[in-house]
Design a protein around this ligand. Structure first.
Ligand code: ADP
Ligand code: GLC
Length: 481
């Protein structure tokens, strides 16, 4: 079966979050099951430079404002999978964030930049761009690839199966309605309601209407988005999709996230030999200017610093964290106010709070390895990957019971400790008080019940969140259509 994955990000070339990790790992897991998988990517500089052995297939244009578009075929750097790259210099040759300009605002031609991605996918599906390979399934990820199902549906000669994965419904790909003239899609009558969302265009809505199957990245989030609370105005449409909407949990690429052979760590370790984890912790404490003490609970945040991620809650419980004798190390970037809050906290408490505002893959690995507890108090969380990374690194996740966090972390309640299912800490109410309470309880367990703590660590490290199961579910989904 021939599958084309369409996405704007792929680790390690272009990454703003978990989407990139998924797009790097899922196709490989599907290929390992014997599927014929390729990916389609926009030619951002890092992708043009990173995809190996690119050969031009066809030249197109003008289209979407670009005079010249060259579709190239090459191989992904780490795994050798075949990747189509759209080289459209006018639209894509821009460094930095794939969606934002240097001023931190969305590029004003994003509707054209990402419409082109979906449009090329549809023409590949039609067999017009590569006569040697035609996908049977086009699998599009997030709003950036959201027009692919519409362009495919618009071609009556095509019966390509389409799957659309929602990684985060909050980003609906909204644009002014009058931009539709740039997209080459019909927008009248019934077609209009498929694209129009309260006076805007929505690439996300278009995908939810046109894709044969829609899924999201955890079972709980699949239910949540059908409610007004988490549906971002699209819950009615999602409810209407009935059985054609499902939840498939993301996996972890354990070739990238493995504490026994992670090149970013000062010392590797395993569940049987946790000494290396202590070395990681002591080294990080020293580097951050903290007291170097194995017994001090070290908390970590590796996250976008946004209200989605509940980062305001973390800021609001810093006092309790410090009163408990804890230390906090943060890596991330995001909303200006939250960044400022963390910057101020680090300045006020340099020996207990350290903040790196920016993106650093290797430092993120070292922090997850060094910490005792990873905080993920999200208001909503489609899946979340860092809690899964933490589990493998013997770092107990402390999470809110929402989305994929609820599906992967089992609270250390007396009952769950007794029946051997607990692997972390969970709280319900999205308040700093609820977070602070669970945080204090985690500190107490850390201080007073070391052997229980070690049991939790070992359980998390032994859990298998690899892609094998989820890839089998995606394959079944493809076969069903
Ligand atoms: P989301 O995609 O919503 O941001 P996920 O938990 O799915 O959340 O994925 C986040 C990914 O981004 C993880 O791979 C995490 O390690 C990484 N990450 C987040 N912030 C940073 C940062 N500042 N530096 C390095 N990696 C980061
Ligand atoms: C999104 C979600 C996150 C998920 C990731 C990968 O960015 O916010 O929860 O893990 O996509 O699917």
């Amino acid at each position: 079966m021939r599958i084309l994955h369409v996405a704007a990000e792929i680790f390690p070339l272009v990454k703003t979050g978990g989407l990139a990790d998924v797009v790097a790992a899922l196709p490989v897991a599907l290929a390992a099951r014997g599927l014929d998988v390729r990916v389609l990517l926009p030619g951002m500089p890092a992708i043009l430079n990173g995809v190996r052995d690119q050969k031009p297939l066809i030249r197109l244009g003008p289209a979407f404002g670009a005079a010249v578009i060259t579709l190239q075929l090459g191989r992904l750097p780490d795994n050798g999978l075949l990747a189509y790259v759209i080289d459209a210099p006018f639209l894509y040759r821009r460094d930095g964030d794939p969606y934002l300009g240097p001023d931190g605002r969305d590029w004003n031609d994003n509707h054209r930049r990402y419409a082109l991605l979906g449009w090329i996918a549809a023409h590949l599906a039609a067999g017009e761009l590569d006569e040697t390979w035609q996908p049977e399934v086009v699998h599009a990820h997030d709003w950036h690839a959201g027009l692919a199902p519409a362009y495919i549906a618009q071609n009556p000669a095509l019966n390509t199966a389409t799957v659309f994965t929602i990684h985060n419904l909050a980003f609906r790909g909204l644009f002014p309605l009058d931009h539709h003239t740039d997209l080459g899609l019909l927008i009248s009558g019934a077609d209009q309601s498929a694209l129009e969302f309260y006076g805007h265009l929505s690439f996300m809505k278009s995908a939810l209407v046109h894709a044969k199957r829609v899924n999201t990245v955890s079972p709980t989030y699949a239910h949540e988005i059908c409610t007004p609370k988490h549906g971002w105005g699209l819950d009615g449409l999602l409810r209407d999709r009935g059985d054609h909407l499902s939840g498939i949990l993301n996996g972890v690429d354990y070739s990238v996230w493995d504490p026994t052979r992670d090149p970013a760590l000062p010392k590797g370790y395993s569940a049987d030999k946790l000494r290396g984890k202590k070395v990681c912790k002591l080294k990080l404490q020293a580097e951050m200017g903290f007291a170097v003490r194995g017994k001090t609970p070290l908390f970590a945040v590796v996250s976008r610093l946004t209200s989605q991620k509940g980062m305001d809650l973390v800021l609001a419980c810093l006092h309790e964290l410090r009163t408990e004798g804890g230390q906090l190390v943060v890596i991330g970037s995001g909303e200006a106010e939250i960044e400022a809050g963390f910057r101020a906290a680090a300045a006020a408490h340099p020996h207990t709070v350290s903040v790196y505002l920016g993106y650093d893959e290797a430092l993120a690995h070292r922090i997850i390895a060094a910490a005792d507890v990873l905080l993920v108090p999200s208001r909503f969380e489609p899946c979340g990957l860092t809690q899964l990374y933490a589990l493998r690194y013997g770092t107990l996740p402390l999470v809110r019971r929402v989305g994929g966090l609820a599906d992967t972390v089992t609270d250390a309640t007396p009952g769950n400790l007794k029946d051997g299912t607990a692997n972390g800490f969970v709280f319900d109410d999205p308040s700093s008080r609820a977070l602070a309470t669970r945080l204090s309880e985690a500190c107490a367990l850390y201080r007073d019940h070391q052997s229980t703590w070690h049991q939790l660590q070992r359980r998390g490290m032994a859990q298998d969140f690899s892609w094998a199961d989820s890839a089998a579910r995606y394959e079944a989904l493809y076969r069903s259509i």
